[in-house]
Design a protein around this ligand. Structure first.
Ligand code: ZN
Length: 172
């Protein structure tokens, strides 16, 4: 089922999400729907608060341009290690439609999480995947990529966003 994506400046995007409980019966359906929503958008990552659910779950597929889907589901993800070396690259977000900006992120991170079957797991990512891990985990803590930009750039992008949101509203 394709879910509605919560858009900036909704206060839902600013909440800290709660851990998913081991007996949560709704999580499998939620992450499946989140995957479907992300592919349809299309996007490379989506966090539960972006569909209005304040739980610590994210889906990522940074290989969506390749023929094969590789959906990563991370429940209660936690960054175990992040490399000191940071790289600047452009990011966007399905909750901030049509705006992009450069954000500094660690080039390499290692994350621990539970998979969709409740198995504890770990994964490392570099470059684009590392960036996706950091961007999506930020969402679970109410942080958006524009928060990690310099104030001048952030103010510019906020102006651009206000314009875009107005255009989208008048388009109906
Ligand atoms: Zn995002």
């Amino acid at each position: 089922m394709i879910l509605n994506i919560v858009k900036y400046p909704s206060s839902i995007l600013r909440q800290k999400c709660s851990p998913v409980q081991p007996d949560d019966q709704t999580i499998k359906k939620l992450v499946a729907d989140m995957g479907e929503t992300m592919y349809a958008a299309p996007g490379v990552g989506l966090a539960a608060p972006q569909v209005g659910i304040l739980k610590r779950g994210v889906v990522i597929d940074t290989e969506r341009n390749s023929r094969q889907k590789n959906l990563l589901v991370l429940i209660n993800p936690n960054i175990l290690f992040s490399e000191k070396e940071e790289v600047l690259a452009e990011e966007g977000c399905l909750s901030l439609p049509e705006v992009f900006g450069e954000v500094k992120r660690s080039r390499f991170v290692r994350v621990e999480f539970f998979d969709v079957n409740g198995q504890k797991s770990e994964l490392s990512g570099e470059d684009f995947l590392a960036r996706a891990f950091q961007h999506e985990i930020d969402h679970l803590n109410g942080i958006l990529f524009i928060d990690r930009m310099s104030k001048i750039k952030r103010d510019l992008i906020k102006m651009e966003l206000r314009k875009k949101m107005k255009q989208l509203a008048t388009k109906g």
